[in-house]
Structure formats: structure tokens, C-alpha cells
Design a binder for this molecule. Structure first.
Ligand code: NAP
Ligand code: ZN
Length: 346
């Protein structure tokens, strides 16, 4: 076994503390990555807190992983030691169902294997990127450009692909009015993609203080959702709303902002069910849809697009010892716009 070190929550809702653990040996189809940086996603906080389901503890969160490959198995074709590489939210899937065949491993019909807080196909717990090294099948590893800032690319592996994939799926582009609801880790990437794809982008935010920053990200308009006049002024104006909100919220309020035939795309994952009155959908032929991360092929496409267009995440580097305060600030919506753990501080 490979000796690894990281930070883990030993039980739900407790602070993360240093923890030594073991990774499997590098198999013939595996790649070992020396992790350099790992982004801090709100999903990490949800899972450490058991918001969604009872988790597997000790839990080493982290699914926005970048680093350098240190070892490859005998049958690995795509990578060699020394290459920069990334790992996102998935480390395995059945690889033969209709969805896997269609490069939609995130919707694997037999169930995908998340990077942490899951059991792998041998029944062993998976541990994420808040650690110094990881071993992953090559099919679930992506190439990372050496042209962009490595730390700022880490969040592309989850926040990036989770917002890129739905905008591509719904073909959001020139002539469309896109609203991004919630300007956090996912939301700020949604703004960057929306602008790059040619849509008119409006940020819908509870935080008036984010206005200037939203403009700097390229957003064309900014609406403070708590301001009644501002909220009223955008009724019936959007083709799409990309909902990245992590906390329970009233989706019905936002459906009124859509044009006829508009689509409310849910990517945020609050623990409570969304309430959608039939009348809000029927009057205006509106849709509420959802989207989960993206497949591996699309993740590579997104990273290549990012390298070509010089798009990275806006980050604050975080020391491992400061994870608890990082989580607190994330919960308050006070991150510009993604914390990234620097493995040098482990
Ligand atoms: P984040 O950085 O904390 O951003 C969430 C933003 O939502 C906040 O910055 C805030 O923006 C807004 N917000 C928070 N509480 C709110 C409330 N009560 N009402 C309205 N707005 C509120 O989180 P993140 O990492 O972007 O993740 C967002 C959500 O997406 C999480 O639930 C996460 O688990 C989920 N997620 C889903 C996928 C997927 O595949 N679908 C992948 C990754 C993450 P303002 O200050 O602008 O209001
Ligand atoms: Zn995530």
C-alpha cells in the first residue's frame, strides 16, 4: 500500500485534522498523482456535515485535484510520469452502460464512484484530494495545461465543469439572456463561461458587495435579489437561470424571472426538496431542469477550452490548518470565489 497523508473529518460536523491513511498500489491501469492543489467545494462542506446522506468517516474531502504524475501502471497509455494532471468528482464508473458509452459517466446506470465519501468497486472507501497523493484509473484522469496558473485551474475540475456542461447542453450563446443565481465558486465560473459563449449574463445575488466583482468577471448586469425594485425590473426577461445556490431557497420566486419557454437549471444541491407549483410551470411553458458535473471527455474539452481562452478560477489560497475558518467563510458566501488548498502547507 501507498502511505498518504491528508486532512480528514473523523465524524460528521467535526473539524478536519491531520490524518495518515493508505492508498492502493498503482495497478496496471492506474496513475499516481502527487497533488499540488485541491479546491474547496461547497459539496465538501455538505458531505462533512452529512447534509445529503450519512457519510463514510473518516472522510478526506476534495474533488478539485491538480498535480503532477509520479507513477503510471504498465498499461497506461495517455500519461507518463512528470505530466500535469487533474481529477474531478469521479474516479470510476461501470464503463459499459449506455450512459458511460455516451461519455456521460456522471450518469452511469450502475452508479459512478465519487472521488471521496464512497466505496470503490472493490468495496474500499475512496479518499479525496485534501491529501498529498492519489491513485486513479487513467480513464478518470485528465490532462492539465502548463500555460495557466495551476492552483487557479483546480476549481475547473468541479466548479468549472458543473457550470460548463449545462451551458453547453442547453446551447447557451449569442442572443440568450442568462442569469446566474448565486455568485460563489460555481456561480463565478458560470459567469465566465456564459460571457465566453456570447450570452448576456446577469448575476442574481443576495450580496450587494459583489457588484463590482461581478462586473470584473465579465457579467453585464447585477441584480440584488433582496431589492424589490431591482427584482421586479427583471421579471420575464431570462432564457435561462443557472441556479448555483447551496442553501434552501424558494425556486418559485425565480421562475417569474424567466421568459416563456425559459429553463431554470438547478446545479446547487441544498439538502431540502425544491417546491415547484404546477401553475408556475404551466403558465409560460417553463422547465425546471438539473445537471450533474460532466463526463470525462467533456471535462477534458472544458480544460482545453479554458487553456485556449485563458479562463481560470478566481481563488484564495488556503493553508490546511485554516480549513475550519475557510468553511465558515464559505457558508457566509464570503469567498472570492474559491478557496484552494496548497498541499505545500500540509
Ligand atoms: P458557494 O461557493 O458557497 O456559493 C454558493 C452561493 O450561493 C453563495 O456564494 C451565495 O451567493 C449563494 N447563496 C448562499 N446561500 C443562499 C441563500 N440562502 N439564498 C440565496 N443565495 C444563497 O458554493 P459552490 O461551491 O459554488 O456550490 C454551490 C452548490 O452547488 C452547493 O450546493 C454544491 O453542493 C453544489 N454543487 C453541485 C454540483 C453538481 O454537479 N450539480 C457540483 C458541485 C457543487 P450570493 O452571495 O451571490 O448570493
Ligand atoms: Zn464540487
Amino acid at each position: 500500500m501507498i502511505q498518504a497523508k491528508g486532512y480528514a473529518a473523523q465524524s460528521p460536523a467535526t473539524d478536519l485534522t491531520p490524518w495518515n491513511f493508505e492508498r492502493r498500489e498503482v495497478g496496471p491501469h492506474d496513475v499516481q498523482i502527487d497533488i499540488a492543489f485541491c479546491g474547496v467545494c461547497h459539496s465538501d462542506l455538505h458531505q462533512v456535515n452529512n447534509d445529503w446522506f450519512p457519510g463514510i468517516f473518516p472522510m478526506v474531502p476534495g474533488h478539485e485535484i491538480v498535480g503532477r504524475i509520479s507513477q503510471v501502471g504498465d498499461h497506461v497509455k495517455k500519461f507518463k510520469a512528470g505530466d500535469l494532471a487533474g481529477v474531478g468528482c469521479l474516479v470510476d464508473s461501470c464503463q459499459h452502460c449506455a450512459n458511460c458509452e455516451a461519455d456521460l459517466e456522471q450518469y452511469c446506470l450502475e452508479g459512478n464512484t465519487p472521488t471521496y465519501n464512497a466505496l470503490d468497486r472493490s468495496g474500499n472507501p475512496t479518499y479525496g484530494g485534501y491529501s498529498n497523493t492519489i491513485v486513479v484509473r487513467e480513464e478518470f484522469v485528465v490532462s492539465v495545461s502548463d500555460k495557466l496558473d495551476l492552483a487557479a485551474m483546480a476549481p475547473l475540475l468541479c466548479a468549472g465543469i458543473t457550470t460548463y456542461s449545462p451551458l453547453k447542453h442547453w446551447k447557451v450563446g449569442p442572443g440568450h439572456k442568462l442569469a446566474v443565481l448565486g455568485l460563489g465558486g460555481l456561480g463565478h465560473m458560470g459567469v465566465k463561461w456564459g460571457v465566453a459563449f456570447g450570452a448576456e449574463v446577469t448575476v442574481l445575488s443576495t450580496s450587494p458587495a459583489k457588484k463590482e466583482a461581478a462586473r470584473a468577471l465579465g457579467a453585464h448586469k447585477f441584480v440584488v435579489t433582496k431589492d424589490e425594485a431591482q427584482f421586479k425590473a427583471v421579471q420575464g426577461t431570462f432564457d435561462f437561470i443557472l441556479d448555483t445556490v447551496s442553501a434552501p431557497h424558494d425556486v418559485n420566486e425565480y421562475l417569474g424571472l424567466l421568459k416563456t419557454d425559459g429553463t431554470h437549471i438547478v446545479v446547487g444541491l441544498p439538502s431540502e426538496a425544491l417546491q415547484v407549483p404546477a401553475f408556475s410551470l404551466v403558465g409560460g411553458r417553463k422547465s425546471v431542469a438539473g445537471s450533474s458535473i460532466g463526463g470525462i471527455k467533456e471535462t477534458q474539452e472544458m480544460l482545453d477550452f479554458a487553456a485556449e481562452h485563458n479562463i481560470v478560477s478566481d481563488i484564495e489560497l488556503l493553508d490546511f490548518k485554516d480549513i475550519a475558518s475557510g468553511y465558515e467563510r464559505m457558508l457566509k458566501g464570503d469567498v472570492r470565489y474559491r478557496f484552494v488548498l496548497d498541499v505545500a502547507t500540509l
